[in-house]
Write a protein that binds this ligand. Structure first.
Ligand SMILES: [Zn+2]
Length: 197
């Protein structure tokens, strides 16, 4: 169970740049998202939809950026809103939910009490959640396809090795018979005649 306190978004919040390029960096986004069992890209995006700001999540550098200068309080109150709307079970209030997506509707399914409720589909974030889900499914399919291809290639290679071995065996057998045939022919043509005594 998670405890919601200020340690999620703490004093490490960094404001970088200036003027139009000013942005707020959330350094502990991955930790935060993991503790909520949510995608860091999704949590980052939520701040953007609420604050009307552009956001970026870069998985390689684990960097969450919200354009503009925002205070810890701003982000914290929005984090609570996110948890309330998308993480907590509406039945038992535990943060034990996962998404189940069916016909473009996102359901929040609770692992603790079994409740299944649709999330607020009017919220802008639902578009992002659906897009992420589609991408995940596509990536999974692509990975499976690639695996199939590799396995097929390996199989082809194996059968080629086997065919080569068989070919070699037949050539060897054929040569052996040819040689013995020639030998027997030679022997019958020039029979060794032992002098009789
Ligand atoms: Zn529940």
């Amino acid at each position: 169970m998670i405890v919601l306190d200020s340690s999620f978004i703490n004093a490490k919040l960094q404001v970088e740049g200036r003027g139009n390029g000013i942005k707020t960096v959330i350094p502990n986004m991955l930790l935060l998202a993991n503790s909520l069992h949510r995608d860091p890209a999704e949590v980052t995006k939520f701040f953007g939809t609420e604050l009307g700001a552009q956001t970026t999540w870069t998985a390689e550098t684990e960097r969450a950026v919200v354009n503009g200068a925002h205070t810890t309080q701003d982000l914290q109150s929005n984090l609570f809103k996110y948890v309330e709307k998308f993480v907590l079970c509406p039945g038992c209030r535990l943060p034990e939910t996962i998404y189940k997506i069916k016909s473009e509707t996102i359901y929040s399914v609770c692992a603790a009490c079994g409740a299944k409720e649709p999330v607020d589909m009017a919220h802008k974030l639902t578009g992002t959640i659906l897009a992420h889900d589609k991408k995940r499914k596509k990536d999974k399919k692509d990975a499976e396809k690639k695996e199939d291809k590799t396995a097929k290639k390996k199989g082809d290679k194996k059968s080629k090795v086997r065919a080569d071995a068989e070919h070699f065996y037949y050539v060897l057998l054929f040569s052996f018979f040819s040689v013995s045939l020639s030998l027997s022919f030679l022997c019958s043509s020039f029979p060794l005649s032992l002098p009789r005594t």
